[in-house]
Design a binder for this molecule. Structure first.
Ligand SMILES: *Cc1c(COP(=O)(O)O)cnc(C)c1O
Length: 405
């Protein structure tokens, strides 16, 4: 029995451990100077791009607010944008439940629209058709690491005075049409959950170009209290006030200490991920031919490496033949290959289906992708040897199912 190839392994090591250990010798374990430094560094990364030479003249880094998770970040971003009960926010069914849960927690209704067949990203035309009198905003998800069509979405938002909150849980690294995360939105939310490209186990951040929104977010992550502990830390005691109903949802200095050493390595790791994605693509092309083929017979890799735009390569996803996905998952599992499904269309999940009154047939493209998608292991420390085993397990399963059906 060979060892299992994990779906994901984090890459935190000595540098992160050392940075974390140093915080234990300081005064602030939670919201303190490490969080502030991480927020500044992430903001700089978001405008700097791949290298310093790229920084557009006069581009100001966005404000960044560290939080406990992308889920909380999405909720707080919607609250900071004054989303209220009765409001509708247009979003995608091809995402994790956190996206629509945040809208529901804010008291609003997620209006799910269908996705583009080739990418699984929210379809700007479908979003346009769904705008109604109660629509207040758009919540695109940068699925698998590819930026949604932010230019089209921004134009739509401007036409109807809508806000945009980006769910950028799948990376900080992407770029498309010269646009990067946080550039064209009102708020952009990142995840540092255990399987994400940059991680501290659980954590998140919100980037916004509006100082007013950032200030509100800083208050919302601290119960709605007027002054954070670090601001109150002085020679004499200072009173604080509660000015609105917030949450306990700040990033901590211990987490920020784990995150900071990862930022300088983000680009290197992205290129390692891209190399692995290319190897998967060429192996799959050998097996099935065209990777863009539509159903029913084909196999599709959304947004190939050569396609327009720069992916964070968070997930390597294959849309296999209809009806064969679960059998493929079983065969890969039996061969010791870790897999995931990102995602089954969320309106088919029990609670959301009932809550939104949606059934199968409502969003056919998302449903079709949700029935066919498999994510394969993709992380910088996946060895060529391990990848070869994944590919051969996939090829074996594919041939068996093709012969059998
Ligand atoms: C992981 C993920 C989230 C939630 O992130 P947390 O930090 O775990 O709250 C939200 N949206 C998408 C698309 C995700 O993949």
């Amino acid at each position: 029995m060979t060892t299992k190839i994990e779906f994901y392994r984090h890459q935190l090591g000595d540098e992160e451990a050392g940075s974390w250990r140093q915080v234990l010798d300081t005064l602030f374990l939670t919201l303190g100077p490490q969080v502030a430094a991480f927020e500044r560094e992430l903001g700089e990364y978001l405008v700097r791009g791949r290298d310093a030479a790229e920084t557009p003249d006069g581009a100001q880094p966005p404000h960044v607010v560290g939080t406990t998770s992308c889920s909380m970040g999405l909720l707080m971003a919607l609250r900071a944008l004054d989303v209220r009960p009765g409001d509708e926010v247009i979003t995608t069914p091809m995402t994790f439940a956190a996206t629509s849960n945040a809208i529901l927690h804010a008291g609003a209704t997620p209006r799910l629209v269908d996705v583009e067949p080739a990418t699984g990203l929210i379809d700007p035309d479908a979003a346009r058709a769904a705008v109604g009198p109660r629509t207040v905003g758009l919540l695109p998800v940068h699925l698998y690491g590819q930026l949604a069509d932010m230019k089209a979405l921004r134009a739509l938002a401007d036409r109807h005075s809508l806000f945009i909150v980006e769910d950028s849980a799948h990376g900080i690294e992407m770029e498309r049409d010269g646009v990067r995360p946080a550039q064209l939105s009102d708020a952009c939310v990142f995840s540092f959950y255990a399987t994400k490209n940059v991680t501290c186990g659980d954590g998140g951040a919100i980037a916004t170009r509006e100082a007013r929104i950032a200030e509100r977010l800083r208050r919302l992550r601290n119960h709605g209290v007027s002054k954070a502990a670090t601001e109150r830390h002085g020679a004499t005691y200072q009173h604080w006030d509660l000015v609105e109903l917030g949450y306990k949802a700040n990033l901590t200095d211990l987490d920020a200490a784990l995150l900071r050493p990862q930022l300088p390595r983000v680009e290197l790791k992205r290129s390692l991920r891209e190399r692995i994605a290319r190897r998967y693509e060429s192996a799959l092309r050998e097996l099935v031919g065209d990777l863009r083929s539509p159903p029913p017979s084909g196999c599709r890799v959304p947004w190939l490496v050569e396609a327009r735009g720069r992916s964070s390569h968070h997930l390597f996803t294959v849309h296999v033949r209809p009806g064969q996905r679960d059998a493929m998952l079983a065969k890969l599992g039996a061969a010791g290959v870790g897999t995931a499904v990102n995602y089954r269309a969320i309106h088919l999940l029990t609670y959301l289906g009932e809550m939104l009154g949606m059934r199968r047939g409502a969003l056919p493209i998302a449903e079709e992708i949700g029935d066919r998608t498999i994510s394969l292991p993709l992380y910088p420390t996946l060895t060529a040897d391990e990848q070869d085993r994944v590919v051969s397990a996939f090829a074996h399963a594919w041939r068996e199912l093709t012969a059998g059906g």
